[in-house]
Design a protein around this ligand. Sequence first.
Ligand SMILES: [Cu+2]
Length: 181
Amino acid sequence: MSPNRAASKERKKSFVARCMLALVFLISLFVHAPQAQSAETTTSPLVELPSFKSENGVLTATLVAGEQKVQLGAVSFDGLVYNGSYAAPVFYVHPGDVMKIKLVNNLKIPTNLHFHGFHSSPLGNGDNIHIVVNQGQSFDYEIKLPLTQPPGVYWYHAHIHGMSELQIGSGLSGTVVVEGI
Ligand SMILES: [Cu+2]
């Protein structure tokens, strides 16, 4: 198999694993584990994901993007992760909040951030996918959520032109919960 095909297969494996992780997280939001377990089932406890919560209308967080070997069950791959964890931090915010997020790039390639589904400004240091954070640099994002932002589960991810598939498939994405349901 050529190196390109092997890399593509690796990325697909990583993408599938990531989809499964997202599914488990979403299910965990709605299922009360004690009611779902029967006497015969053996389960591992759900891991509490790292998280940041807004206080007095402001969420302050730092995301450090870095390379790391990731082991998911029997699958091992070269991951790109936030804050040393394949399960990236979950942000808990409310409509009207401001998210102040420092992105530190410890990768060997440029990266950036996008907040999927947010009704916020795409300009300046807002939800601006044209920002490029080069290797070894950092950037301070400030995302202002409108009061009309619908509550729900959202997604943040790397959105660097030409490399976002590789970066997301390798692990650079996480969850935002807009509270208020
Ligand atoms: Cu998106």
